[in-house]
Write a protein that binds this ligand. Structure first.
Ligand SMILES: Cc1cc2nc3c(=O)[nH]c(=O)nc-3n(C[C@H](O)[C@H](O)[C@H](O)COP(=O)(O)OP(=O)(O)OC[C@H]3O[C@@H](n4cnc5c(N)ncnc54)[C@H](O)[C@@H]3O)c2cc1C
Length: 418
């Protein structure tokens, strides 16, 4: 049986390279068996130790699902075999990096498919000329920063250690250095992506090589195009950093001072482009006595009336957020009981509809939605310039004509569905 499966797998990978579909509708366990036959030590069935760690590590507990099996390749060649096998068998799958996208099916899948894990893609290298840092997608930003500690260099990455490298970079990437350098994926701070295409080929994309269209698309469009197996990042000089986490209590006076401080910071931000803040207003017992809906409106209205930031950096990437003074808000709402989902969903949609309606009255809405922080039902790609969305769709069709990364890997925001 073992050798038969191996034989089937070899045939499958060559069939996949020629984009021919397997004529049978097999359950995902068939792909699991084939991958197990080829890589007996590298695949985790539900009964195996380690399966739970792989499937339950998401930041959002609703993303802890039970895939038919987990495959954790350690090289791009192994990833290529996995993609070829899954594409040929038409088996559904999901791809997980650091598991921090707070959407249940973005980076995991239930028993209808296979979870590809980046756990073993943990290569991390600073090249001798100190011009390139190359993390595999299994790294978290904490690992990357630890690795660079003492070198005087850093990279544009996440503001919390546990966030995964791939999801953040594929969404754009807001770092502590965004004020000075823009998105982590913009302005050449990603030199190259190594990735596995839908037909199993491993390619390296750069701004100037024959895959430059794919390079452009990967700077803000997540997972519709390929699976990235290595990022080549351009480091920045960061000899010293200072971080503080200040808390100011609550009450009307604190709120006023807090908003004034943010306003002043933004007004002066061009004077110190190395500075960054994450203003957080927490609503909940012990944090705030006012009602959340009112407070959100106050924050929006007050800031929108006053913020005049410097222009956003760079326009040569798919998202192209509008280059006028703008502020983005992210609402992070946590709850513990699944029974409350409907209440919270209603809260989110009704409050945001009200906020948007009020902002529209004063013509203060901004179309752009940041993919990495967007909610599942937000139309992220429709917020991009239409010509960029059209270009993204064309690039997607070119590199994945059989829609492997759209139909077989349904999780996440999909260019083709926009
Ligand atoms: C607590 C918290 C703090 C955050 N802070 C920041 C911040 O400071 N700056 C910021 O910009 N964002 C931030 N985010 C948002 C975060 O960047 C996104 O959620 C991002 O997707 C997380 O990356 P990940 O690898 O952990 O995600 P995952 O959930 O593993 O993956 C996200 C998406 O990327 C796809 N993907 C993963 N790996 C690959 C790959 N190798 N190839 C192709 N597709 C892949 C997945 O299929 C999935 O659709 C934060 C989120 C949380 C929960």
């Amino acid at each position: 049986m073992h050798s038969l499966l191996l034989c089937v797998a070899v045939v499958l990978t060559s069939v996949a390279a020629s984009q021919v579909e397997f004529p049978y509708n097999l359950p995902p366990t068939a792909a699991c068996s084939i991958l197990k036959a080829i890589y007996p030590n590298n695949k985790l069935l539900p009964v195996d130790a380690g399966y739970v760690n792989e499937t339950q590590l998401s930041w959002d507990t609703s993303a802890c699902l039970d895939p038919a099996c987990v495959f954790a390749p350690s090289t791009s060649a192994q990833m290529s075999v996995a993609i070829s096998t899954l594409a040929t068998l038409r088996t559904k799958f999901a791809m997980r990096g650091g598991g921090h996208m707070p959407i249940s099916t973005a980076a995991n899948i239930n028993s209808s498919g296979v979870l590809l894990s980046s756990t073993n893609l943990i290569q991390l290298r600073l090249l001798a000329d100190r011009q390139t840092v190359s993390p595999g997608p299994g790294n978290t930003w904490g690992k990357v920063y630890e690795y660079l500690d003492g070198t005087g260099l850093s990279v544009l990455g996440g503001r919390l250690g546990p966030i995964g490298v791939p999801g953040l970079l594929l969404g754009g990437g807001i770092s502590f250095y965004g004020n000075e350098y823009g998105f982590a994926s913009s302005n050449g701070y990603i030199r190259a992506y190594e990735c596995v295409l839908a037909n199993g080929r491993v390619v390296t994309t750069t701004e100037r090589n024959r895959y430059s269209g794919l390079y452009w698309a990967l700077r803000g469009d997540e997972n519709s195009f390929c699976i990235v197996t290595r990022f080549d990042l351009k480091p920045i000089d960061a000899p010293n950093t200072m971080l503080t986490d200040a808390t100011y209590g609550n009450g009307t006076m604190v709120k006023k001072q807090w908003i004034d401080s943010i306003y002043n910071f933004v007004m002066q931000v061009h004077k110190d482009t190395k500075a960054a803040i994450i203003p957080v207003a927490r609503f909940g017992s012990g944090y705030c006595t006012s009602r959340p809906k009112e407070a959100l409106n106050i924050v929006h209205d007050t800031l929108f009336a006053g913020v005049e930031a410097q222009l956003a950096n760079g326009i040569g990437y798919p998202q192209r957020p509008v280059e006028i003074p703008t502020f983005w808000t992210e609402q992070s709402i946590s709850w513990s009981r699944a029974e409350d989902d409907a209440i919270l969903e209603h809260f989110k949609s009704s409050v945001n509809a009200e906020i948007n309606a009020k902002l529209e009255v004063i013509k203060a809405t901004s179309a752009y939605l940041y993919l990495s922080d967007a909610s599942e039902n937000q139309a992220v790609f429709q917020s991009y310039p239409p010509e960029n969305l059209a270009r993204l769709k064309a690039i997607r069709s070119k590199y994945d004509p059989t829609m492997v990364f759209t139909k077989l890997m349904p999780g996440g925001f999909k260019v083709a569905n926009a």
